[in-house]
Design a binder for this molecule. Structure first.
Ligand code: ADP
Ligand code: MG
Length: 248
């Protein structure tokens, strides 16, 4: 009998991380399959950002194993820059180059890292501007954009490297409410296109609609995980029940 096995894109096994006395991640194990969309929820300070940042080595785990795209990033010999090129990250506060134009922001990484020449990078950037519905903003300075537009440009910039995995850390938390929908729409389209995504968000409606799996972090542990219907409608963990009663 043949079994169809989904390819594991991100494998995390028994990872721990402390900052001094503060044990922030406790024995975290999680596998994320190709094309899977995982939404991470949980109270502030529960370790969600630290977890995401470990996946592209903005933080180093104290122990445990992290394999991304088949590369063991906990191994010293692994070229972390190569791995990072395959992981796009979008932050709460955009992290764009404010004195550059929109097009320059999107073109910068592929050109600097030698992935595309300038002509190809510009072509790619203009295509991505269609994806995020901001074609007319190509030549303006990012300073002149609204928060929601900046975040859509940040997504386009990450996509310019053609990553295999996209990480989002509260991408809509810094936005005015009327901007949130447009950003979530872009993320939803990206999910439907088959992108492997790990998203930290407090947008529970979005999580219900888009997530294949919801993971609840609390006190540095994965307390519960499952399909959205189960996590939101029939939570087992008491702390999850309490969390949901506050946010929903
Ligand atoms: P979350 O994203 O769920 O709000 P974080 O991962 O940002 O949680 O933080 C988890 C814990 O780790 C918090 O107690 C936070 O203060 C601490 N922490 C995060 N980053 C650092 C750091 N660079 N140095 C020291 N402590 C940190
Ligand atoms: Mg955080």
């Amino acid at each position: 009998m043949s079994e169809i096995q989904k390819k594991v894109k991100v494998h995390v096994e028994k990872v721990n991380k402390s900052y001094g006395e503060n044990h922030v991640l406790r024995d975290i194990s999680l596998d994320i399959a190709e094309n899977e969309v995982v939404v991470m929820i949980g109270p502030s300070g529960s370790g969600k950002s630290t977890f995401l940042r470990m996946l592209n080595q903005l933080e180093t785990p104290d122990n445990g194993t992290i394999v991304v795209d088949g590369f063991d990033i906990s191994e010293k010999a692994t070229d972390i820059n190569k791995v990072r090129e395959n992981i796009g990250m979008v932050f709460q506060n955009f992290n764009l180059f404010n004195n550059y134009t929109v097009l320059e922001n999107i073109m910068l990484a592929p050109v600097e890292l030698g992935k595309l020449d300038k002509v190809a990078a510009e072509k790619k950037a203009r295509e991505l501007l269609k994806t995020v519905d901001l074609v007319d903003k190509a030549d303006v300075s990012v300073n002149s954009l609204s928060g929601g537009q900046k975040q859509r440009i940040a997504i386009a910039r990450a996509l310019a490297m053609e990553p295999d995995v996209m990480l989002f850390d509260e991408p809509t938390s810094a936005l005015d409410p009327e901007m949130v929908g447009d950003v979530l729409e872009v993320m939803k389209n990206l999910a439907e296109s088959g992108m492997t995504m790990i998203i930290v968000t407090h947008e529970m409606g979005f999580a219900k609609q888009v997530a294949d799996r919801v993971v609840f972090f609390e006190a540095g542990k994965i307390q519960e995980s499952g399909v959205p219907e189960q996590v939101f409608n029939a939570p087992k963990n008491e702390r999850l029940q309490e969390f949901l009663s506050k946010v929903m």
